[in-house]
Design a protein around this ligand. Structure first.
Ligand SMILES: Nc1ncnc2c1ncn2[C@@H]1O[C@H](COP(=O)(O)OP(=O)(O)OP(=O)(O)O)[C@@H](O)[C@H]1O
Length: 541
């Protein structure tokens, strides 16, 4: 009969491997089951409670040869776990921390037999950790190929200029523990990463990882969309390692896992863990078209007015890190401005506007069966119920023409050219005096600003928030303070409007102003946007 290992709920699970090993001068009984590694001290008196490590928290395992005075005397194996740290106070963020378990194998055989045994354990733990990948975001559609080759792009100037140090002190070791080979490229100038991914032979890489803020991710997404093979290229899984000052995507990924917020190095370790586990989710991209015919692809936000001004003006406080936005908000509050313009949008619930995924027939390799079948079913249902069902397949008759034929990327089926009035079924906002207009497609605007708490990676929705003129400074300050907790949309302020949209148009009337896309300054003038559901891929499990 198989030995049984007790589990916390009182049931027992079959043990796959059992051994007794030395670790830090103490003898341990170690057992490996389908989901856990259980470690129990062996001592003459009593039976101490075992330490139980979930393989879902394990990044990898390795065997080592032990040497004494140059001679090989035995072997060890290590397993690397990153469980969530127990916090003393309620409401503290959910942060992972590293726990290494190392055991010395001495099975009485020769050095080679010991090494073989250590390798057998390391292999079994590694395989168990790969099998136990938990999807916390719920939207997982694939797994990064294993072993996976990663091109890691790092902006040394992002945030407080410590991205490289943070990479060396945290991420490098995690990648080694997870046996992920990577090539590190340090960006040398603005647009370096954009040019690099535009020209790269992507068949060399299974994933692209970005260690920076949201600006470098913006370069990478747009570089991929500028390729002739954009449709395939944009499906390259993208990993995000927060090293910037805003880190909105990283904070959103953490939020989608249903975890209490963390920031800085704790957020970095959590995102590093997600990257190493390699679960891939779909990510919406919004196409943003400007009067000059320039078209950009955005994953985060389109902002005009207060938020855009703070983003750009607070660049000079970059040395204070994430606090730059708080500082910028206070400065801009002191000289509050009104911005004149016209805003129109296509409501998300408008019949006939469901943005059927352009790749609804995508083949999902290595996807856990249960995950892929439920996703396929949901996709089928959405497309069948859709009044323009044919636009999901290859019936070209119902496919709209591109608004800008020379530009790559999917056609903007919901937009008409900027010099024509918006379609009659769009909503035109009556008010023309605004304090801010913010189109958000992820939950966070920065590590500590939850602009659209209900947003998800692939909800196909633009979360449109606008604040009309007439709001007092005090009410605006309250709004931003509430945004730190994501409760601002229930403050019942009559000047604050929140709607879900699929497309929007903004036509500023003020002669000067700032518009940002994903925090980057873009040309000032009329702009319109449409969400393309599930276009890109993000390593966010
Ligand atoms: N080596 C470099 N030198 C100068 N600029 C760079 C370099 N590499 C990237 N950039 C540019 O730096 C800008 C800021 O980078 P990024 O947004 O990633 O960091 P951040 O501004 O600190 O973070 P966040 O956007 O989250 O606030 C981006 O526009 C990016 O294109």
């Amino acid at each position: 009969m198989e030995p049984l290992e007790p589990v916390r709920n009182g049931a027992s699970r079959p043990v796959q491997m059992y051994g007794e090993f030395m670790g830090k001068g103490v003898r341990y009984a170690v057992s490996l089951s389908e989901r856990e590694l259980t470690v129990r001290k062996l001592c003459a008196s009593g039976k101490p409670a075992p330490a139980v490590f979930s393989l879902a928290d394990c990044l990898g395992s390795r065997a080592h040869r032990d040497e004494e005075e140059g001679a090989s005397v035995g072997a060890s194996f290590s397993a690397y776990f990153y469980p969530f740290r127990r916090r003393r106070w309620a409401g503290a963020g959910a942060a992972r921390h590293r726990v290494e378990q190392r055991f010395r194998v001495n099975s009485g055989g020769d050095a080679r037999a010991n090494l073989e045994e250590a390798r057998r354990w390391a292999r079994a733990i590694r395989e168990g950790s790969m099998r136990n990948r938990l999807s916390r975001t719920g939207g997982v559609c694939a797994e990064v190929k294993s072993p996976c080759r990663v091109l890691l792009l790092l902006n040394p100037l992002s945030g407080k200029g410590q991205a490289h140090t943070l990479f060396t002190s945290h991420v490098q070791r995690m990648l080694q523990e997870a046996s992920i080979p990577y090539t590190l490229t340090i960006t040398e100038r603005q647009n370096h990463a954009r040019e690099l991914v535009r020209e790269a032979d992507l068949s060399q890489w299974d994933a692209l990882a970005i260690m920076s803020g949201d600006g470098l991710l913006f370069e990478v997404v747009n570089g991929l969309m500028e390729r002739d093979d954009w449709e395939e290229a944009i499906k390259t899984p993208l990993g995000v390692l927060p090293g910037g000052s805003g880190n909105a995507v990283a904070a959103s990924m953490h939020h989608y896992c249903g975890l209490q917020p963390v920031s800085g190095e704790e957020l970095l370790v959590n995102c590093g863990f997600m990257l190493c586990k390699g679960l891939v989710s779909r990510l919406d991209l919004t196409s943003v078209c400007m009067a000059s015919s320039q078209r950009l692809f955005s994953f985060l936000s389109l902002a005009w007015g207060f938020v855009a001004d703070v983003d750009i003006e607070s660049e000079k406080y970059r040395h204070v890190g994430a606090a730059r936005f708080t500082l910028g908000t206070l400065v801009r509050l002191a000289s509050l401005r009104i911005y004149q313009g016209k805003l129109s949008y296509l409501p998300a619930e408008e019949p006939g506007t469901h943005p059927c995924s352009i790749e609804s027939t995508e083949s999902l390799t290595n996807v856990p069966q249960s995950i892929s079948s439920s996703l396929d079913y949901a996709n089928d249902l959405q497309c069948q119920n859709h009044p323009l069902h044919n636009s999901c397949n290859s019936n070209n008759a119902l496919k709209p023409k591109r608004t800008h034929p020379s530009v790559l990327g999917p056609p903007d089926s919901l937009l008409v050219p900027l010099d024509q009035p918006v379609p009659a079924h769009w909503t035109v906002v009556n008010e023309e005096n605004f304090v801010l207009v913010l189109a958000a497609y992820q939950s966070h605007l920065a590590e500590d600003l939850i602009a659209a708490p209900a947003s998800r990676l692939e909800d196909g929705v633009i979360h449109l928030i606008y604040v009309t003129a007439g709001i007092s400074r005090a009410a605006l300050l309250r709004l931003f303070l509430a945004m730190e907790k994501g409760t601002h949309l229930s403050t019942n302020c009559p000047n604050v409007v929140y709607v879900k949209a699929r497309a929007l148009r903004l036509e500023p009337l003020s002669p000067k102003g700032t518009i940002t896309v994903d925090g980057e300054l873009v040309e000032y003038g009329p702009v319109q946007a449409q969400v393309h559901s599930s276009l890109a891929r993000l390593i966010a499990g």
